[in-house]
Design a protein around this ligand. Structure first.
Ligand code: IPE
Ligand code: IPE
Ligand code: MG
Length: 223
């Protein structure tokens, strides 16, 4: 049976979920944010140590300003409202992506939550915001250059926002693409795509995908 240490999810389909119910897109983002806690709890129950969630890509800035503003606001509300539950559930909150473009309030809340939860060991939650794999690789290379490090795989991986390879990568919302998400970490990830729109995704469906993952023959190029 495969071991599942690092699970990653591209949380897609919020806008379409809202449209289907005759609601504005932003209602889908609100509904989507509410799914995250159940996913964290599932990981803790199943001894999955890292959960990486794609919440806002480097390309998502190209959406209408009103939607981007809403998402920034929602992100701040999410961080504030989840503080207690992250502490209670012993979740180590982390961000992957470049937080420099975010406003002071958001950046302060991120660093506050990171430091409050830094010793928690049950689950490392990576929230990918202003995240793009190409941007992450460039930032890693710059860090390597600053430290005069040799260019090799170990140094590159060590300087990424997250070094641990992904075992299972799920994308909801029906599209079969990675959209610039964790391209290096996903090198040997098992991929699972579901048509379920993110706000409708449940731990029951996650359980089925995970059970299927356990049975896959992973060869990593060997026999
Ligand atoms: C994913 O849902 C959330 C973000 C990218 C912020 P979408 O907003 O992409 O929803 P769809 O794909 O348009 O339905
Ligand atoms: C990927 O979804 C990014 C997130 C889920 C945060 P998108 O909706 O932005 O991806 P594309 O545009 O369909 O590739
Ligand atoms: Mg989408």
């Amino acid at each position: 049976m495969n071991s599942l240490k690092h699970l990653a999810i591209i949380m897609d389909g919020n806008g379409r979920w809202a449209k289907k119910q005759g609601l504005i897109r932003t209602k889908g983002h609100e509904a989507g944010a509410n799914v995250v806690e159940a996913m964290c709890e599932f990981c803790i129950r199943n001894d999955i140590k890292i959960l990486s969630l794609y919440a806002f890509s480097t390309e998502n800035w190209s959406r209408p300003k009103s939607e981007v503003d809403f998402l920034m606001d929602l992100l701040l509300k999410f961080l504030v409202s989840k503080k207690e539950s992250f502490i209670k559930n012993e979740i180590n909150f982390n961000v992957i992506g470049d937080i420099i473009p975010f406003n002071d309030k958001l950046r302060d809340e991120i660093s506050n939550l990171k430091s409050l939860t830094k010793d928690n060991k049950k689950l490392k939650l990576n929230l990918a915001i202003n995240y793009g794999a190409k941007d992450e690789i460039l930032r890693a290379l710059k860090r390597m250059q600053e430290q005069n490090l040799d260019i090799n795989e170990a140094n590159l991986e060590a300087n990424l926002d997250e070094s641990e390879p992904i075992d299972l990568l799920i994308r909801t919302g029906g599209e079969k693409r990675l959209s610039n998400f964790m391209l290096i970490q996903a090198s040997y990830a098992e991929l699972a795509f579901t048509d379920t729109l993110w706000p409708d995704f449940t731990s029951l469906e996650l359980e089925k995908i995970v059970q299927n993952f356990y049975q896959i023959s992973r060869r990593f190029g060997g026999l």
